[in-house]
Write a new protein. Structure first.
Length: 219
């Protein structure tokens, strides 16, 4: 099988694979940034003493964490346009689906990070005249995010792998592009080995970075 491995097939497929990788990276970056922003708001709502805020955020998190991601993608691609009468398109629907889905997971990560900061620091901030939002902004959240960086990266690696699910709405991400070229040129071995090596390299680099950060922050 490997005796007939043709590297020229991979070289010729690079433009298509790169276009697919751009879709994968765009989806991952938007979902990570959007998920962290929305997740931060949800985490603060979950920790709020105002019961309605806590209930809404808790319901959101429990709902999305109980659903398969592929089902959420189908909702925004098929059901939302049917309910609103407005077509979202493949890229827009998966960007929204991934962002809202990841926000539920980032919410729990951020909530745990906030709770890792001692109550004494919050009391100290309030004692020197800071308001509660200022205390969260200048004292609690910077420390919490620093503690959460390794977990953020771990979740980002999982998200990067999950982007391959966009094939269900016809988007040509990296893995889908590799599959299309493999079928078109009848070179399954070359394309799928290339895809595996790329995913392995990126995820392994991310995992090593996580371990480095964990050792750094442990000190």
């Amino acid at each position: 099988m490997f005796e007939q491995f043709d590297f020229h097939v991979i070289i010729n497929a690079m433009p298509i694979l790169w276009d697919g990788m751009l879709i994968t990276l765009l989806l991952a970056v938007v979902a990570i940034v959007g998920g962290i922003v929305i997740g931060t708001v949800l985490a603060l709502m979950r920790l709020s003493r105002f019961t309605p805020f806590s209930l809404v955020a808790g319901s959101y998190v429990n709902f999305f964490r109980s659903m398969p991601l592929i089902l959420v993608i189908f909702w925004f691609y098929f059901l939302v346009p049917m309910a609103t009468g407005q077509a979202l398109g493949g890229l827009s629907s998966v960007l929204i689906a991934f962002t809202l889905f990841e926000a539920a997971y980032y919410c729990e990560i951020i909530r745990a990070g906030i709770q890792s900061v001692t109550r004494n620091q919050i009391n100290a901030g309030l004692a020197v005249g800071l308001s509660y939002p200022q205390t969260m902004r200048y004292i609690v959240l910077p420390q919490a995010f620093r503690n959460m960086v390794p977990v953020f990266l771990t979740q980002a690696i999982v998200l990067f792998q999950d982007t391959s699910l966009v094939y269900v709405v016809g988007l040509k991400d990296f893995l889908t592009a590799a599959d299309l070229v493999a079928v078109r040129d009848n070179r399954v071995v070359e394309l799928f080995i290339t895809a595996a090596v790329v995913y392995l390299a990126i995820c392994l680099a991310g995992s090593l970075w996580v371990k480095k950060l964990q050792r750094k922050y442990a000190l």
